[in-house]
Design a protein around this ligand. Structure first.
Ligand code: SDX
Length: 387
């Protein structure tokens, strides 16, 4: 039966819930206390996790908390990551020749899609233990792809990874083609450990939904990256730096903020769905970048803009508790490490793949297909009253 579909005139009243305060899963991986401004990751306060572990150690802690068996040690993960970086380097030429992307994040999305959910035994990463091959391949590839894409944008050829190096150290080296200072490696490790996992944020929830269909680790990571890309989530740091540049001088701080807020703009780096106080990670990054730069002018200016922004937001939005989130000082820290604006979201993903893969492991171990309900508010067939 064909006939024309009658297009209804009035727009149905559809509202977006945002799933505020809905508990979508139980997890042993991380806990975000939005009222207290506290983050616990794999049993550690995040400030303690940063002191206790480098990125490989944080990955080991998360995967153990996810129930992975046998749970690899930090040393085993360091070794496997080195092999994964080497394997990934093998398909960088194919990725760069495709040039189907406009941004580094889109290039990372394409590059990760080249990985198999079930890597074969003939794969270049066959030396990696089979039960961690997919998650380690994603972690290793994300670093190698990001560095190669940044260098390609600058007209430079990719630099081969060193499988014996630490992950953060090797990433900076293949990004710059020179060895990083110890303080830079320490700062990047602090960043990557701190952002590795953060409760049921949009990209992690995406990873769990995809994992719940048994689609596989790489598919879950690619989907999560697509969610992270958005400026309301992981795409905020670049615009934070744009804001600092646009403001430019101390005299322009308040006029610029007032004009933007009055125009309905959202200030990147502020506000959070869960934190009603300052995001504890902001202090971790502020401390790291202050040590790294010895509190240079950029850091001092960022702090002045932050204080003015908080004051302006509290005046403009008295009904909402809007505080500094992690992205504000992420932007200043990664800029100080020489990571270009366009690559900041990819570096965030490089670290968050640790959490996404841990949630995939947990979901696959204990979860069911994630399939919530919806309430239909559309039109009903002629003659039928809305339910
Ligand atoms: C991350 O969830 C996680 O854990 C995420 C994350 C992680 O580790 O994975 O922590 C990482 O994504 C941090 C957030 C990065 N995003 C930004 O910095 C973008 C700017 N911030 C926002 O757009 C906003 O704060 C959200 C999206 C992060 C959260 O917003 P909510 O909880 O959905 O709040 P809302 O959009 O309902 O806003 C409530 C009110 C609104 O005002 P009214 O329309 O009611 O008048 O607060 C206002 C908003 O306009 N508001 C802001 C604002 N954030 C909220 N106004 C100006 N600037 C802002 N930054």
């Amino acid at each position: 039966m064909s006939g024309n579909v009658t297009l209804k005139s009035e727009m149905p009243a559809v509202t977006a819930s945002g799933l505020d305060n809905v508990v979508a899963a139980e997890t042993a991986l991380s806990h975000v206390d939005g009222e207290a401004g506290r983050l616990i990751v794999a049993g550690y306060d995040v400030e303690e996790l940063v002191k206790a572990h480098d990125f490989e150690g944080a990955v080991a802690a998360l995967w153990a908390a996810a129930g992975l068996e046998p749970a690899p040690s930090a040393a085993e993960i360091r070794n496997a990551l080195g092999r994964a970086r080497e394997a990934a380097f093998g398909y960088i030429p194919a990725l760069l020749s495709s040039k189907r992307h406009e941004t580094v994040t889109e290039g990372l999305r394409t590059g990760l899609s080249m990985l198999a959910d079930e890597p074969g035994e003939d794969a270049a990463d066959r030396d990696i233990p089979a039960h961690i091959r997919a998650p380690v391949s994603a972690l290793g590839a994300a670093a190698v792809i990001t560095a190669a894409l940044v260098r390609a944008e600058a007209g430079k050829s990719p630099v081969a990874p060193d499988r014996h190096a630490g992950h953060a150290e090797d990433f900076i080296r293949i990004l710059r083609d020179e060895a990083p200072a110890a303080a830079e490696v320490e700062a990047l490790n602090a960043y990557m450990v701190t952002v590795a996992d953060h409760g049921m944020n949009a990209s992690t929830f995406t990873a769990r939904v995809i994992a719940s269909t048994k689609a596989g680790t790489i598919s879950a990571v690619v989907g999560a990256l697509c969610a992270l890309k958005g400026p309301l989530h992981g795409g905020a740091p670049g615009p934070v730096l744009d804001m600092l540049d646009e403001i430019g001088t101390r005299e322009n701080i308040e006029p610029w903020l007032e004009r933007k807020i009055a125009g309905g703009a959202r200030l990147m780096g502020f506000g959070h769905r869960v934190y009603r106080v300052r995001d504890p990670r902001a202090d971790v990054f502020n401390k790291a970048v202050t040590i790294l730069t010895n509190g240079n002018e950029r850091v001092r200016f960022a702090r002045e803009v932050e204080l003015a922004a908080l004051k302006a937001l509290r005046a403009a939005k008295p009904g909402h508790r809007i505080d500094t989130n992690m992205e504000y000082y992420t932007a200043v820290l990664l800029e100080a490490l020489g990571i270009p604006r366009d690559a900041v979201t990819s570096v965030f993903a490089m670290a968050r793949i640790a959490g996404w893969t841990a949630h995939v492991m947990e979901q696959e171990r204990v979860g069911r297909l994630i399939r919530p309900q919806s309430r239909y508010v559309g039109h009903w067939p002629e003659g039928e009253a809305a339910a």
